[in-house]
Design a protein around this ligand. Sequence first.
Ligand code: HEM
Length: 127
Amino acid sequence: EKVHTPFDAVGEERLHQLVEAFYTRVGQHPDLVPIFPNDLSETARKQKQFLTQYLGGPPLYTSEHGHPMLRARHLPFEITETRAKAWLSCMKEAMDEIGLDGDIREDFYARLFLTAQHMINTSENVE
Ligand code: HEM
C-alpha cells in the first residue's frame, strides 16, 4: 500500500503555486527585501526542491545541493525575530492565496514556525 506523505496531500502543483505566491510577497516585504536577491527565481527553485523533501516527497534538494544544513546556509544573512515574523506572514498569506487549509495547513505551518525560530541568528538591537 502506498504511504501517504504530507507532500502527497499538498501535491506538487499546489506546492509550486505556494512557493511562487510566497516569493512574490517576500519580494515586496520591506523587512525581507534587504536580504534577498532581486531575482528570486533561483531561490524559489531551491525552495520547491527543499519543501518537497521537507514534506516527505523525493529528496530533490539534497540530490542537487547536498545536506540542507539550513541554519548554516542562513548564517550569512541577519535573521532577526522581526524577519522571521515577516517570513511567516508571507507564508501564511501564500497559504491563504492558494487555499491551503485544514490539518495539512496547520501541521505544515507549525513545522515552518519552528524551523523559522531556529533560523534566527541576530538580535534586534544590533546596530
Ligand atoms: C535561502 C532568508 C526561513 C529555507 C534563504 C536566503 C535568505 C533567506 C536571505 C538566501 C536567498 C538566496 O540567496 O537565494 C530567510 C529568512 C527566514 C528564513 C529571513 C526567516 C526565518 C527559512 C525557513 C526555511 C528556509 C523556515 C525552510 C523551511 C530556505 C532554503 C533556501 C533559503 C531551502 C535556499 C538555500 C540554498 O541556497 O541552497 N533564506 N529564510 N528558510 N531558505 Fe530561508
